[in-house]
Design a binder for this molecule. Structure first.
Ligand SMILES: *Cc1c(COP(=O)(O)O)cnc(C)c1O
Length: 360
């Protein structure tokens, strides 16, 4: 299969307007000049790959995505380094995960090379949109939707579109790394064994917004998900993974099938081991979380994901009461891992794992 990208350039936003938008990027609301689209159907496979001006889609109201929810997405970032080069982080890991999500959702896989080429083409074309301030980045959102026109049968769509859009993002930490307060959800669950918890699909988000709203009502920043079978074991948090720090030992919930395999999670496991910590996958129950926080053997908890990087969790709220971790202040292991990881991305630290992928 060969895919040739055709280029249909946009009239770029005037430089001074772009500069004003990049001053204080409204993440997720402002997008770069271009986007990528690639179509798939049963007869032709992937075809008609194009870079074109960012803009609304024309889709038939019967397109399957609107009715039966076949949609998967990815999230990653491009960073501008002090020397002007633009890099991404582990794009092949995102390409592979997109394909695992596609397999689960009965959608066609996209060649990993094409995924990375699409990102490279979009970022290179819109490179002036990659912010240059430390901590700022260009967020990349690859996604795929089912486009076949039919509501008439129950089966996978016969047509799909893969797209990539990009939105400049400010540093997640406007006021430094303030520890999060999290809500332990016991009314709702996110994913069941055999379900779609391991796929990065829109449906997982739609089903959990009500719990996020509940967390906010309780004065919390994020929801923590427990397993749906026993309602005891910690799975993950909102849109990121969790790590539990016992002094020099780090534990993250194992990939049980109901939580997302974060690229950041995987990177933290490798990086922590490289820095001399004992880093392992395991199981943490909510009772143990509380007891260990109260006894003080659990010294830190942090969440990790592309958007928030590594963020301390300081306070837990649940129907059974509240507790604090490590005095509610950012701990040294969390801070160290955050610095090391952002240093690798920014180029101020060596990249022993070859995670950085130069784009432009
Ligand atoms: C995307 C996501 C994560 C984090 O994955 P990264 O690859 O580290 O960004 C964690 N949990 C959920 C539910 C997610 O959607």
């Amino acid at each position: 299969m060969t895919i040739t990208f055709t280029t249909e350039p946009a009239v770029p936003l005037p430089a001074e307007k772009r500069a004003a938008l990049l001053e204080a990027p409204a993440f997720g609301e402002v997008f770069t000049d271009h986007m990528i689209s690639i179509d798939w159907d049963r007869d032709r496979g992937w075809h008609d790959a194009r870079l074109h001006p960012y803009g609304p889609l024309v889709l038939d109201p019967s397109a399957q995505v609107f009715h039966y929810g076949q949609e998967v997405f990815e999230g990653m970032k491009a960073y501008r380094r002090p020397d002007g080069t633009v890099v991404t982080f582990r794009p092949y890991a995102n390409a592979a995960r997109l394909n695992r999500s596609c397999a689960r959702m009965a959608m066609p896989e996209l060649p990993e090379e094409t995924f990375v080429e699409a990102l490279e083409l979009l970022v290179t074309t819109d490179r002036d949109w990659v912010p240059d301030r430390p901590g700022h980045s260009l967020y990349l959102r690859p996604f795929m939707i089912a486009t076949q026109h039919t509501i008439g049968f129950y089966g996978p769509s016969a047509a799909y579109r893969f797209m990539v859009i990009a939105s400049p993002a400010a540093s997640y930490f406007k006021a430094g790394a303030k520890p999060l307060t999290v809500w332990l959800s016991q009314d709702y669950t996110r994913a069941a064994p055999g379900g779609t918890g391991e796929a990065k699909c829109g449906g997982n988000y739609a089903g959990t917004l009500v719990a996020q709203a509940q967390a906010r009502e309780k004065g919390c920043d994020q929801v923590v998900w427990l397993d749906s079978a026993e309602r005891r074991w910690v799975d993950e948090m909102g849109t990121s993974n969790l790590f539990f720090v016992y002094g020099e030992r780090l534990v993250t919930p194992e990939l049980s099938g109901t939580l997302l395999a974060g690229v950041t999670r995987d990177s933290v496991l490798a990086l922590a081991a490289d820095l001399g910590y004992q880093a392992e996958e395991g199981r943490i129950s909510m009772e143990q979380w509380r007891a260990d926080a109260e006894s003080g053997v659990l010294t830190e908890v942090f969440s990790c994901g592309t958007s928030s990087m590594v963020t301390p969790v300081g306070f837990v709220r649940s129907v059974d009461g509240d507790w604090t971790i490590g005095g509610g202040v950012p701990g040294p292991v969390t801070s160290r891992l955050r610095e090391e990881l952002s240093g690798i991305q920014a180029g101020s630290r060596p990249d022993p794992f070859g995670w950085v992928h130069k784009i432009a």
